[in-house]
Design a binder for this molecule. Structure first.
Ligand SMILES: NC(=O)c1ccc[n+]([C@@H]2O[C@H](COP(=O)([O-])OP(=O)(O)OC[C@H]3O[C@@H](n4cnc5c(N)ncnc54)[C@H](OP(=O)(O)O)[C@@H]3O)[C@@H](O)[C@H]2O)c1
Length: 159
């Protein structure tokens, strides 16, 4: 099973200059608790923006190059990365924009954090065709513990 987890601004932006644009503790916690114990698959640029393998998860970095990344497995396509795991296992695509775009047609589940504010940034999530997806969970926040704005967790499964 292939899942995507992503935090998206109202205008689709997910990052700028290889970094996130917001710091929402609740979103970081959701990311950690949802993905811990599962494989995480990411693009080389997202790996570099995190700077280290995520603990308690098998980390797979996708690159066209021949670099190695300490503590990570390397794949040269999304298909190759996904094939490293049993189809029964939930694997998480954790970004960034290039990888989300290629993985969206393959994904069975989306864990979205929608940040209800527009941001300027250089990377965006691809358009989601909501007619293909069924909402299975939703949690709304008027503001975060520290983040002064509204956001919503939405889980969607492919119809
Ligand atoms: N808001 C969120 O939830 C979230 C989550 C993750 C990331 N982000 C943000 O997204 C941004 C990074 O996204 P990005 O699109 O620039 O980069 P990315 O998707 O993380 O990585 C792109 C790299 O992946 C490799 N790649 C892509 N497609 C490939 C393919 N088909 N086969 C083999 N390798 C492939 C290439 O690596 P090589 O160049 O090494 O060949 C490419 O340069 C950052 O701003 C980050 O903060 C946001």
């Amino acid at each position: 099973m292939i899942s995507i987890i992503v935090a998206i601004a109202e205008n689709g932006v997910i990052g700028d200059k290889n970094a996130l644009l917001w710091n929402i503790k609740e979103d970081m916690r959701r990311f950690r608790t949802t993905t811990t114990g599962h494989p995480v698959i990411m693009g080389r640029k997202t790996y570099e923006s995190i700077g280290r393998p995520l603990p308690k998860r098998t980390n797979v970095v996708i690159t066209r190059g021949d670099s190695e990344f300490e503590g990570c497995l390397v794949a040269h396509s999304i298909e190759e990365a996904v094939k490293m795991f049993s189809p029964d296992e939930e694997v998480f695509i954790i970004g960034g924009a290039q990888i989300y775009k290629q993985a969206l047609p393959l994904a069975d589940k989306l864990y979205l954090t929608v940040v209800h504010r527009s941001y300027e940034g250089d990377t965006s999530f691809p358009e989601i065709d909501y007619s293909e997806w069924q909402e299975v969970a939703r949690e709304e926040f008027e503001r975060g513990e520290e983040y002064d704005g509204a956001f919503t967790f939405i889980d969607l499964e492919r119809k």
